[in-house]
Design a protein. Structure first.
Lengths: 128, 161
């Protein structure tokens, strides 16, 4: 797998760091990592940057993860970029809602690097 | 897995939720901090300098809180981030808030039907020990007390039915 550019969206800076570390521990080669504290900030990042993967929390202030994923269809730099949700909201309804909004994967907190690998690698390889 | 209605009906005191709460908290520490919580003897010092709280609203209303001393909170942050304790200080509140948030989410996801019907608030973190917490909950709180690296961690769920 080639090195990738990732955007991590979470209102917790601790969680953004953990997600980045988990991606690296999962063996995913990150050439660049962008961070945003909510969906609105992430949309700003995507105006001037191209990424290969987006990992996104759901419950965030200003713009939550589901609204962010809905708005991605109007962002040229986000066309075809897979989104994996990472959240404590792990109910069936939330998973269905996230997938219907356009997410390609779903990871429940708490998680391990191995679980990140299981969910992210197939998405990057276009198998999910 | 039992449904929320069964669990609510089975015992008005909700004591049957204590094992679920304990497992939910243990899993957070095992998966995110890579460490095992151990059983409390009840004889440890009880000082608490950091308290994180997450509100629950919907089918289950209440507050879940995680309390510990500042040394434990710094070490938790250090383990979460994989950095030395002295470098973890600026992130302590964020880290403890996330631990509380994940414990609350993991707990509600263990009760069938509650995951969809119960929302979590953003975490609130109190630092300092000179305060009393007055819950308006109408049933006694559930409490789980464990040891993190020999230091007590108290997790309390106050239920407002």
């Amino acid at each position: 797998m080639n090195s990738i550019r990732a955007l991590i969206v979470d209102d917790s800076s601790v969680m953004r760091k953990i997600v980045e570390r988990s991606l690296r521990q999962a063996g995913i080669d990150l050439s660049e990592v962008f961070q945003a504290g909510n969906g609105a900030e992430a949309l700003v990042v995507l105006q001037t940057n191209v990424v290969d993967l987006i990992l996104c929390d759901i419950n965030m202030p200003v713009m939550d993860g589901l609204e962010f994923v809905k708005q991605l269809s109007g962002v040229p730099n986000a066309k075809g970029v897979p989104v994996v949700m990472i959240t404590t909201e792990g109910s069936e309804a939330h998973v269905v809602q996230a997938i219907s909004c356009g997410a390609r994967g779903y990871i429940r907190k708490p998680f391990t690097a191995e679980q990140v690998k299981e969910h992210v690698v197939p998405v990057l390889e276009g198998k999910s | 897995m039992k449904s929320v209605k069964e669990l609510l009906a089975a015992n008005g005191s909700h004591e049957n939720w204590v094992p679920l709460l304990e497992v939910a908290v243990r899993e957070v520490f095992e998966l995110m901090l890579n460490c095992q919580l151990t059983a409390s003897t009840g004889a440890e010092e009880t000082s608490r300098d950091v308290t994180a709280m997450v509100g629950l609203a919907g089918q289950l209303c209440g507050v879940l809180s995680v309390s510990c001393n500042s040394r434990a909170a710094a070490l938790m942050t250090s383990k979460m981030l994989g950095v030395p304790s002295d470098k973890a200080a600026p992130e302590v509140e964020d880290a403890l808030g996330e631990i509380c948030n994940m414990a609350a989410g993991n707990f509600k996801n263990k009760i069938a039907g509650l995951g969809d019907g119960c929302m979590l608030s953003p975490p609130t973190v109190i630092t300092g020990s000179n305060y009393d917490l007055h819950s308006l909950a109408d049933s006694p709180g559930l409490q789980v007390r464990m040891l993190f690296e020999g230091m007590p961690v108290e997790v309390t769920l106050q239920i407002h039915s």
